[in-house]
Design a protein around this ligand. Structure first.
Ligand code: PFF
Length: 445
């Protein structure tokens, strides 16, 4: 079976695909919204700290586990735990798989919003104002149409198994996304009111930094942004040849992802203040009105202020966001698909359509009970399931897998002092840090 597995052909191919998974709506939609809602600069500082201290090691752990196992996340975790707790490993893999499906259930809805906004700009450009207005106004019918379109788009790519296709597209489109972000930042910073947003974002209010709620939100956001805790990075790690020097690869993925999130904050937070300056109500008691959906009002009005060229920029921006969302969706979908193909011997095509059908049902349930479920699923996934899975990774690598010697043995054979230090950091410090955060969550609940 193992020599039939698809794989990345180069280190750069792996980095691009993994960065494609990491960079998505979490960076451009989630991060700025969370930052604006949680004190701006204070959130940024805590986010960077949590990324460095916990999310980066967790990303290493996840990719390392997959890379060593060269198999889907369920059997990867089962094998890593085989000496002591094989069943537990398997169940944990399945929980990750459920997490991946939960992620898809809400992510495809938001990605559908991006698609419809891209189309809204295009239709307005061609003079279809009514259609354009409908496309840019949130409604249940719009969700019912665009969520399945997005799911089908993802499935079409996955079912072909074209890593090369998606790798190439990520390589071409990510630089364009970056250029657009740069251009928009330059534009927005020249508008009235932007400097207020810039201050909120870049000058942290240190009194807020120890807020437990802030730490939890930042941690959830960091884990979500780096795609850890649901097996997406593990499955990508398994598609890379064994024992590459993954430390550097992990650093580049995290650096790219964090940089894009930072840049998105530099665009969206000043944009919110520009909108406020122009008379739109944006904050009430320091909280964003309408939370995550607000940027879909603010950004289009920003594009409108640019005149006709704004429609083209809007089309480009939302299309690129849709593509960034697509590359993220693909890695999540790959988790259950690889499990069904490898462990349940299903054909890739059948597995893809089966998973897509389940995701469609889940996302339609979220659409039907939007107010009750949408925020809840995001909260449960990012602040409970993903961190718990990361805790499990740390325990597996630090204590269970070859009695916690796996990474230490690698460090010793390579005579790598940094790796020895890192192995001990994963073994002792990371689980303790995470448990401390969990105790906070319990006390807050
Ligand atoms: N990291 C993606 C984002 O920031 O949008 C979301 C994500 C992708 C989470 C893949 C989990 C995953 F497996």
């Amino acid at each position: 079976m193992s020599n039939q597995r698809d794989s990345f052909h180069s280190r750069i191919g792996f980095v691009l695909a993994a960065a494609g998974s990491a960079i998505g709506l979490g960076n451009i939609w989630g991060f700025p919204t969370q930052a604006a809602n949680n004190g701006g600069g204070a959130f940024l500082v805590v986010y960077l700290l949590v990324t460095l201290l916990l999310a980066l090691p967790a990303l290493y752990a996840e990719i390392y586990l997959g890379n060593q196992a060269q198999s889907n996340p369920v059997s990867a975790l089962e094998r890593a735990c085989k000496e002591r707790l094989p069943r537990v490993g398997r169940y944990a893999g399945i929980i990750g798989l459920v997490g991946a499906m939960m992620m898809l259930s809400f992510y495809t809805i938001v990605a559908g919003w991006m698609l419809s906004h891209a189309l809204s700009a295009l239709t307005e450009l061609f003079g279809f104002v009514d259609i354009s207005n409908w496309l840019s106004t949130s409604s249940t019918l719009r969700n019912i149409i665009f969520t399945p379109i997005f799911i089908i788009l993802g499935a079409l790519i996955i079912h072909q198994g074209v890593h090369a296709g998606i790798e190439k597209w990520s390589a071409r489109l990510m630089p364009v996304l970056l250029l657009m972000l740069f251009g928009l930042i330059v534009y927005i910073l020249q508008q009235e009111g932007a400097s207020e947003g810039l201050k909120l974002y870049l000058i942290p209010d240190f009194t807020q930094i120890t807020e437990p709620k802030l730490i939890i939100s930042a941690m959830g956001q960091a884990f979500f942004s780096l795609s850890i805790g649901v097996g997406g990075m593990m499955v990508y790690g398994s598609y890379m040849k064994k024992d590459k020097d993954i430390g550097k690869l992990v650093l580049s993925i995290a650096a790219l992802d964090t940089f894009i999130a930072f840049m998105a904050g530099l665009l969206i937070i000043p944009a919110l203040f520009v909108a406020q300056h122009a008379g739109q109500q944006v904050f009430v008691d320091n909280k964003l009105i309408g939370e995550g959906q607000l940027i879909f009002k603010v950004l289009p009005s920003l594009f409108q202020s640019m005149g006709n060229i704004g429609l083209i920029v809007s089309f480009g921006f939302f299309s690129l966001l849709s593509i960034a969302a697509l590359t993220s969706t693909i890695s999540s979908t790959e988790v259950p698909v690889s499990y069904l193909v490898e462990d349940k011997k299903m054909s890739r095509s059948k597995a893809t359509w089966l998973v897509s059908a389940i995701v469609l049902m889940a996302s339609m349930t979220l659409v039907a009970f939007f107010d009750a479920l949408f925020g809840l699923v995001i909260m449960v996934l990012t602040t409970i399931m993903q961190p718990l899975m990361c805790l499990f990774y740390f325990i597996v690598i630090g204590w269970i897998w070859q009695r916690g010697n796996k990474l230490n043995i690698k460090a010793q054979t390579e005579n790598n002092k940094w790796l020895t230090l890192f192995a001990n950091y994963l073994r002792y410090v990371c689980p303790i840090l995470l448990i401390v955060v969990f105790i906070n969550i319990v006390f807050l609940a």
